[in-house]
Every structure is written in structure tokens, then in C-alpha cells.
Write a protein that binds this ligand. Structure first.
Ligand SMILES: CC(C)(COP(=O)(O)OP(=O)(O)OC[C@H]1O[C@@H](n2cnc3c(N)ncnc32)[C@H](O)[C@@H]1OP(=O)(O)O)[C@@H](O)C(=O)NCCC(=O)NCCS
Length: 244
């Protein structure tokens, strides 16, 4: 796939740098997913909470306004994505684990942070699971590293220049969140950060998540290919699982 004006880095962990201009970012975000997955995005600050359906509004009725806006942004983007798939939905409610209850035959993933909300969705005939995550492009605080990173991931980071380490630590964090969402959407259960390991491949913007031994009861695909991109403001990560 052509990635427009994307620039590739030359560090030990190659990444896609996404220049934030016009539709180029849309092209790069779409390239994180296989054909047939639709992607919608908006700034949560511009989401109007009055667009929520009554049942959706009831879910965040006691939340602070910023949470209501990000929730509304996710619902708006999801509605647009589902309409493009020919699966319009009145209200997108939630499962008991807070996952959206996607309409029959579809699956998707929502993520938001300050300044960005994105939703990827598709038909279950195309993938069996999908996960998307966005994080600000900022270093992961050092005190969180032991909670998030395995020894092997730590070692990879120490092989990198000092200035890149914190952002790559957050990239690994984001990848685990995206993988978790993908895993849950296929019917998988709880995962701890230390249940999976992220490996960045030689191909720019590609990575794998490996489910470690003690969770091997989940045998659908112990190693799953994912994709990531880093812009001047954000880190984007995505996993999609396709039945083989
Ligand atoms: C689900 C979770 C990963 C969300 O990540 P986050 O960075 O806090 O927030 P994001 O904005 O990226 O994603 C939030 C969206 O994820 C979706 N979501 C919530 N729970 C979910 C779940 N169990 N499975 C899939 N998607 C879920 C929702 O759509 C939610 O947005 P909404 O409430 O506005 O609809 C996180 O809250 C969580 O539950 N983590 C526990 C498990 C974990 O992190 N394990 C370690 C990683 S392996």
C-alpha cells in the first residue's frame, strides 16, 4: 500500500513518522489495518454530547464533561464507521467489561486521548478481532516501566539512544492496550502486561505481540502481527486477527 508522504525512521526500532497534514494522516491510519476495515476520527473537544442516544447518555451521566465528550466522540465515530459498513446502529451500548456492543456481524475498537479519538470497525467476515490504541507522544514515566515491560522489552529499550527510550516504552504500553482490546474482541479473557511481549520487526511500522506461556490456553494465534505509527503528537497502535 502507498503511504503517501510517510517518512521512515532509521533507528533500531524502525517506525512510521506521520506528518500531520490533511488527508495524509488518514491514509497512514487506514494503512494500520487490512483492507475492509474502516477508520473514523475526530477531536473529542468538538464532540457534542447532545448527539448521544438516551441509552448511551445514561452510561456517562455521572461522568465529568471531558469523559462525556470522549465517549460521545467514540460513539459518533463508531456510527459513521458502521454506516460506511452498511450496518447503521441507533445506540452503541456496552458489554459488562465496558467493551462496546458492536452490532451483529461487526467488530470494532475505540480509543481516545486529549486531541484525538479514533474508531476502527469492520465486518466479522474480514477479521475475528481488532484492537486500536492512541497515546500522546510522550515518554512513559520510569516508575511505570516495571509494571508494563518484560525483561526482554527492557533490554531492547536499553539498546536504543536515550532520547528515544521513553517514547518507545510508551509505544510498547500502547501496543499492549491495543492487543488487549483485540484479544477481548475474540472472546479472550483478562491479560496482564506481563502476559504478552511486544517485538518490533525489521519492517518499519510492524510488530508482533506474543502471548506468553501461562496464557497459552488461548491458542487461536499465540503470535499476532500488528502495526504502529508515530506522529509529532500521537502514538497509534493496531492489531487485527484474521482466521487462518
Ligand atoms: C480497555 C482498556 C485497555 C482501555 O484503554 P485506555 O487506554 O484506558 O483507554 P482508550 O481510550 O484507549 O480505550 C477506551 C475504550 O476502549 C473500549 N474498551 C473498554 N473496555 C474494553 C475491553 N475490555 N475490551 C475492548 N475494548 C474495551 C471502550 O470503547 C473504551 O471507550 P468508551 O468507554 O468511550 O467506549 C483499559 O481500560 C483496561 O481495561 N485495561 C485493563 C487490561 C490491561 O490493560 N491489561 C494490560 C494490557 S495486556
Amino acid at each position: 500500500m502507498t503511504i503517501g508522504e510517510t517518512v521512515w525512521s532509521s533507528g533500531p526500532w524502525p517506525f512510521r513518522f506521520v506528518p500531520l497534514i490533511g488527508t495524509n494522516q488518514d491514509i497512514v491510519l487506514a494503512a494500520l489495518f487490512p483492507d475492509g476495515v474502516v477508520f473514523e476520527q475526530m477531536d473529542p473537544a468538538s464532540a457534542d454530547i447532545r448527539t448521544l442516544h438516551a441509552e448511551e447518555a445514561a452510561i456517562v451521566v455521572n461522568a465529568v464533561e471531558s469523559r462525556q465528550r470522549e465517549f460521545a466522540a467514540g460513539r459518533l465515530c463508531a456510527r459513521r464507521a458502521l454506516a460506511r459498513l452498511g450496518s447503521p446502529v441507533a445506540a452503541l451500548l456496552v458489554e459488562s467489561d465496558r467493551r462496546p456492543r458492536w452490532p451483529y456481524g461487526t467488530v470494532g475498537s475505540i480509543s481516545h486521548t486529549e486531541g484525538f479519538c479514533g474508531v476502527a470497525a469492520t465486518n466479522l467476515a474480514i477479521v475475528i478481532g481488532i484492537g486500536f490504541d492512541v497515546e500522546p507522544r510522550a515518554a512513559l514515566p520510569l516508575d511505570v516501566w516495571p509494571t508494563v515491560l518484560s525483561d526482554a522489552e527492557h533490554q531492547s529499550l536499553h539498546a536504543m539512544p536515550d532520547r528515544d527510550r521513553g517514547v518507545y516504552a510508551r509505544l510498547a504500553f500502547s501496543a499492549k492496550e491495543a492487543f488487549y482490546k483485540c484479544y477481548r474482541s475474540t472472546g479472550g479473557g483478562w491479560l496482564d502486561f506481563h502476559d504478552i511481549e511486544i517485538r518490533f520487526s525489521a519492517a518499519p511500522g510492524e510488530m508482533t505481540a506474543e502471548v506468553l506461556a501461562r496464557k497459552r490456553l488461548w491458542n487461536r494465534a499465540p503470535s499476532v502481527l500488528g502495526a504502529f505509527a508515530i506522529s509529532s503528537q500521537f502514538i497509534f497502535t493496531a492489531f487485527t486477527m484474521i482466521e487462518r
